[in-house]
Ligand binder design. Sequence first.
Ligand code: XMP
Length: 516
Amino acid sequence: MVKQDHQKILILDFGGQYSQLIARRVRECHVYSEVKPFTIPVEEIKAFQPSGIIFSGGPGSVYEESSPHPARDVYGLGIPILGICYGCQLLAQQFGGEVVPAKNSIAREYGKTVTWFDNSCRLFSGIPKENVTWMSHGDVISVIPQGFASGAESAACPTACIYDEARKLYGVQFHPEVTHTEYGMNILRNFLLKICCCTEDWTMAEFRQKTVESLRKTIGNGKVLLALSGGVDSSVAAALLSEAVGDALICVFVDHGLLRKNEAEEIEETFSHKELTFLRVDAKHRFLTRLARINAPEKKRKIIGTEFIRIFEEQAKQIGKVDFLAQGTIYPDVIESGQGSSDVIKSHHNVGGLPSVVDFREIIEPLRMLFKDEVRQLGIELGLPESLVNRQPFPGPGLAIRVVGEVSQRKLKMVQEADAIFREEMDRAGCSGSANQYFAALTNMRSVGVMGDGRTYEYAIVLRCVNTEDFMTAEWTRLPYDLLERVSSRIVNEVDGVNRVLYDITSKPPATVEYE
Ligand code: XMP
C-alpha cells in the first residue's frame, strides 16, 4: 500500500461490480481513494481519516435480514457520505425511510435513463437540469427519511436522490461512476471538492516516488524475478522495478506458444537491447500438452496460471537466491478474479489463476492498485515510449482464451493468421488508432459453406473490436463495412480451415471483451 499524507476518500465495498471503478473515478479527480470491505470496524475507518466516504452499490436488498450493513457508528463520525445505488438505499433505510422491491407501478430500471435534477442540491450544482444517467436497480425508495429531501427523479423513479445538506449525507440511485451517466464526473467532483473539501493532489509522479521507496524497502538485498509478457502492464512494472532495484531485477519471458503471429520475436527484440537481464524460456510444447483435451474456460486459465508459476519457480532455482516474484497485475484483474465481495467473472491468470502454493517468499504486484489508463500514465512518467505504453492489451493466457474450447496447434495457427490479417487491414484502413482493442478469435462452431464447387464444413472466425475507457464496460466499434468485407474475404481465402467470418456486436456488459 502507498503511504501518503493527502486527503483520502474511503470506498466501502458492498459487493458491487463497480466498486473499483468508483475508486478509479475518484482518483481521476486527483483525489486518493481506497476500497475496503463494508465489514471494517469504525476504529479502522477513523484511523484511515477519510475526508469523505462512498458506499458502493451491491447485489443485496437492504430489507433482507442478511443484507450487508456498515458499522452503525460510521454515521456518528460526521464525515460526508455519498451512497450509490445499494448505498443510497442503505442511507434511506438506516435513517428511517423505506425501501421496497420495484413493482409494476414503480418499475425497475436498467440502462440509460433520462433524469431530472434539482440544482439547489450541492451535488448537482452546475449540471443541466435534465440529463442521462445509468440506472441498474430492482429496489426503490418509497419513503424518504426525515430531514432528507429528494434531489432527482426519473419517469420510473420519483426518488433518484436523497440528501441532507446539514449532515452532508447524499444518496443517488444511479451510477455516477459509469461513463454512460453524462454528468457523473461532475457529480463526483462536486462531492469531492465542494462537499468533502478535498484538494486535487493525487498524481502519478507521487505514486512513482512512493512505490519505488516501498519496493526498495520490501526487496532489500534480495533478487526479483519479473514475469515479463511484453504487454503494457508488465513492461511498466519492469521499468518501475528497474528504477527501484536495478540489477537485482531479472525479467523472464515465457514463450507459451499462445502469442500473436511473430510476437515472441518482437518482444525479444525490444527487451534484449534494454539495460535489463532478459531471459526467454521456450515452453510451447509444455503448455500445449497440458491444455490438450481441456474445454472449460476456467480450467484452461488455471492450468496456464499454474504452469507459468512452475516455470518461474524452476527459473528462480536455476538463478539462485530469488526471493520475490513480481507480476504486472492491475486492479481490474483483481476485481474480476473475485478478490473483493463480488462474483468471479474470470480468473485472470496472474491473480485467481495462481496455484495455492507458490515457492517464492513473496509475490510483488506494484500496479495492483492501478487501472489501465493509470498504468499508461505511469509508463509515460517513467519515460517508456508511447508506442509501447499505448499498445492494446493482450491477456496473460493469450490465444488460449481466443480459441473457444480445446486448444490445438492447428487452431492456434488459424487464429494467429486471421488475427494478423485483421490487424494489417485495420492499420491499412487507418482504424487501429481509434479502437481500444481488436482481435480475431476462433469459435468452436463449424458450419457448412461452399468454395469452388465443393461443400466445406469448417470453423468460423469471429472479429471483436471495442471502444472503452476502462475495460470494465465496453462498446462494440462501428467499423466500416468495406473494411469488414476485406478482412472477411482475406481470412476465408488465406486461412486454412475457416469458411465463415462473424463480427461481434455485443457490448460489455452483458458480454465480456474476451470469449473465455
Ligand atoms: P474481459 O474479457 O474480462 O477483458 O472483458 C477485459 C480486459 O482484460 C483483458 N484480460 C486479461 N488480461 N489476464 C490479463 O492480463 C487475463 O487473464 C485477462 N483476461 C482478460 C482483456 O484482453 C481486456 O483487455
